[in-house]
Structure formats: C-alpha cells, structure tokens
Design a protein around this ligand. Structure first.
Ligand code: MTE
Length: 319
C-alpha cells in the first residue's frame, strides 16, 4: 500500500491553486447548492446568489462533536483519495474526477416512507439545513487516517424529513452511475454503482453527517460532491461519495466492498482495534503526515456516543 509522507501543514498556510482546474461545472453546482442553503439557514446568506465554489462559507457553526486534533492539510485531503469510480490509485480521483458533471444534481429518495418517492433537487435537499463545521478523523480500513474539517449537517435531520415508516430498518445509499464520466466504472474493478448502507439507528445518530464541504469550502470533485456521507466511528468505506439515491429498506443492503470481498469487508465496518483485517492489524494506524503509527481507538474514539448501538452484538462476527 502507498503511504504518502506529507508535512503537517496547518490550514492557514495552504492555498493550492493548482487544484482548481476545469472548475466550471463545479462552480455552477456549488452556487446552486449554496443558494439552496441560503433560504432556510442564512448560513451563506451574505453571498446571495453570487457564491462561487472555493469561496469560504461564512458563519459556519462550530460543532461540539469536533476533535481538537491537528488538521491535515487541504492538499493531503484533496490529493490522497479513494474514489474508485476514477481509478485505483490514490492520485486518480484528483486527476480524473473533474470529468464528472455535478450540475444539475438530484437525489432519488424512495422506499419505506410516508412521503411519496421523488427526485429531490440538490437545492431542496440543502435548503432547510444549517451547515456546521465538524472536525473528524477519517480512519480508512487500509490503516491510515486524516483529520478533516468537514462542512455538513446531521444525516438524521435529512432522513426525518421523508418520514420513514417502521419497516425502514436500514438506509441504503447509491453513488452516481455514469461510466462515460467515471472512467473507473468502465472496468469491472468492482460492482457499480457503489452502494453503502446504515442501520436506521446508526443513521439517526447525531455523529453521522452529510458533508458538502471541507475547510469551509464546497467539496472538490474527488471528495464526492455535491453530497457525501461521513460516519466517523466507521472505516472510511462507509462514507459513500456523490450520493444519487437514498432508499429506506427493510432488509440489510449488500454494500459494495462486502460484495467484492466478503471475508475482508463486512456491513458494520466499525473501527475496532481488536478485530484485525485478515491481511493486516487494525490495532495501530498511520496518520497521513505523521511518521509514526498510533494506536487506533475503539469506534475511532467515539465509544461513549455509539457503543450502546451494538450492545449484545458479537463485533468479531459483525465486522
Ligand atoms: N465512495 C464512492 N462512491 N466510491 C469509493 O471508491 N471510497 C471510500 C469512501 N467513499 C469510495 C467512496 C473509501 S475506501 C474511503 S477511505 C473514503 O471514501 C475516502 O474518502 P476521502 O477520499 O474523502 O478521504
């Protein structure tokens, strides 16, 4: 596995204009999304319709759920990515993700819910929500991690708007399927589109968020705009990018990595230093930008908030 050794640069030192190539589609979508948030939340209000991608999102609320660990640099966060729709190499998403069109964007919402199934425009998804900054350590199953200042809102707030019924035991998320723009989808490296899922009580936990930005700016294409999941107590593969469909379902969905390599990747994917991956230990991991490995914490440090979700469950079997 490739581990990039990057210096630990603070946010204030970073302005990497090299990354901002071919931004036209992204800018369109970002201003649409930003305007969506304006009406209800006024978070982006001072920009009105003029907000451009990569402009700072003002008045972000700080979250009490944030870690106070040193942030990874904007460059690390946007150049060392997993987004297999654009290739297997960690640099492929930054290289090729601009080939994806993100405007217009709507999310198909359907399944066991009281609201009628619909294609919901990204503006309507975002409008009622107040954006906040959530600093989380994203712990990848490959035994590295990064500390990322996400911008987003609680997933549970979005779910409740659609009034899932008592049959909705799980939430299933599906990424955009567009092989003509996502070169990785033209080969059978895995089953496309990428699918993930959460149990309903996990999805409603206040730690789980929908992210729309990083470092106070809208997401670059390699980060999974216009909206992606971030579930900080689980390995990074649960944090599905560029969500095109949300379904409320009765049965536990098969998630992509579980379909690809079932004995290595399960449904739950909780960060757990005591349950090793069949090919490597999960007891320690390497923070990107640091030289030494550090101990991995149970539930990535969120045991107080989430351990009770798994009371009585065998976490060795439910990996
Ligand atoms: N979502 C989609 N659609 N496709 C992917 O390949 N990779 C996952 C997750 N979400 C992936 C995805 C994995 S393995 C990780 S570790 C995180 O995205 C990485 O997020 P980052 O690139 O923002 O660090």
């Amino acid at each position: 596995m490739l581990i990039k050794q990057a210096p630990d640069i603070r946010s204030s030192e970073i302005t990497d204009e090299r990354l901002y190539r071919n931004r036209r589609q992204f800018i369109q979508a970002a201003s649409g999304a930003a305007m969506g948030a304006v009406a209800g939340a006024t978070v982006l209000g001072q920009y009105g319709g003029a907000l451009q991608a990569q402009e700072p999102i003002p008045n972000l609320q700080k979250s009490p759920f944030s870690t106070d660990e040193a942030l990874n640099s904007y460059e690390d966060i946007t150049t060392y990515n997993n987004f297999y729709e654009f290739g297997m190499d960690k640099g492929d998403p930054a290289r090729y993700a601009d080939e994806m069109t993100i405007a217009p964007w709507s999310v198909r919402v359907e399944g066991e819910m009281n609201k009628p199934a619909a294609d919901v425009d990204i503006d309507d998804i975002l409008r009622p929500h107040t954006l906040e900054e959530r600093i989380y350590r994203l712990r990848c199953v490959e035994a590295w991690s990064m500390v990322v200042p996400w911008v987003g809102f609680p997933l549970g707030d979005l779910i409740k708007r659609f009034e899932p019924t008592s049959k909705a035991n799980f939430v299933k998320f599906t990424t955009l399927y567009r092989p003509e723009e996502m070169r990785g989808q033209r080969s059978r490296t895995m089953e496309w589109p990428y699918v993930e899922g959460l149990r309903m009580d996990e999805a409603l936990n206040p730690l789980a968020i929908i992210a729309v930005g990083v470092y106070g700016k809208t997401l670059l294409n390699q980060q999974g705009p216009p909206l992606r999941l971030v579930v900080p107590w689980k390995y990074g593969f649960k944090s599905i990018k560029s969500i095109a469909k949300i379904e409320f379902v009765e049965e536990q969905p098969r998630n992509s990595w579980n379909v690809s390599i079932p004995n290595e990747y399960g449904f739950y994917s909780n960060v757990n230093p005591e349950v090793d991956h069949p090919r490597w230990s999960q007891a320690r991991h390497r923070p990107i930008g640091a030289f030494f490995r550090v101990p991995t914490l149970m539930f990535n440090g969120y045991a107080d908030q989430v351990a009770s979700l798994y009371d009585g469950m065998d976490l060795v079997r439910n990996y």
